[in-house]
Ligand binder design. Structure first.
Ligand SMILES: Cc1cc2nc3c(=O)[nH]c(=O)nc-3n(C[C@H](O)[C@H](O)[C@H](O)COP(=O)(O)O)c2cc1C
Length: 169
């Protein structure tokens, strides 16, 4: 069976949507058919042989809509390979990545039924002009940054494509 992957994303400020689209583009280049949708617009999972959930971290938690998506689609997601793409660190600093990995570990401990076949914390984007209350008051002085690295996303897509092709054959 040919792998048909859904990349379902949850975003507050838009950058995770772009990262999800880049992932899908790279998967397609590696021969895996990939469709991208916001988690809230997913109507069925039956057509897909695997699902990637792309959700950023906010104050130590995965995007609320992504957590809701996991809960709602629990049964279907238990039957297909699930991978997680998690933007977080907004500076390319090892300490930020380490902390994001720990946050993700804690989030995954809340969904013990979920056994991702792959997970990747990637750089995120910080745009203080888009922040809403109360963060526009408390965090607005942190300068804008973009730690997204398409080479990293592409390399992970390559590994993931190989894994999914093996798993769905
Ligand atoms: C209010 C706020 C809180 C955040 N908290 C975390 C965090 O706890 N851990 C982390 O790694 N990144 C954190 N980030 C960085 C985001 O994950 C990053 O900006 C991401 O790219 C946002 O995705 P989006 O543009 O799709 O909303 C935070 C960002 C914001 C705006």
């Amino acid at each position: 069976m040919e792998a048909r992957v859904l990349v379902a994303y949850a975003t507050r400020y838009g950058s995770t949507a772009e990262t999800a689209r880049k992932l899908a583009e790279c998967l397609e280049r590696d021969g895996v058919h990939a469709e991208v949708r916001p988690v809230g617009e997913v109507k069925e999972l039956r057509p897909y042989s695997a699902v990637v959930v792309a959700a950023a971290l906010y104050i130590g938690k995965l995007h609320k809509e992504a957590r809701h998506f996991l809960a709602v689609w629990h049964d279907e997601l238990s039957r297909v390979p699930v991978a997680l793409l998690v933007p977080g660190p907004v500076e390319a600093q090892e300490k930020q990545f380490q902390s994001a990995e720990e946050q993700l570990d804690r989030e995954l401990a809340r969904v013990p039924w979920l056994h991702p076949v792959a997970r990747k914390v990637v750089g995120g984007k910080w745009d203080p002009t888009k922040l809403q209350f109360p963060f526009n008051w408390t965090l607005k002085k942190i300068p804008a940054s973009d730690a997204r690295d398409w080479n990293v996303v592409g390399a992970w897509a390559h590994e993931l494509a190989e894994k999914l092709q093996t798993m769905t054959h």
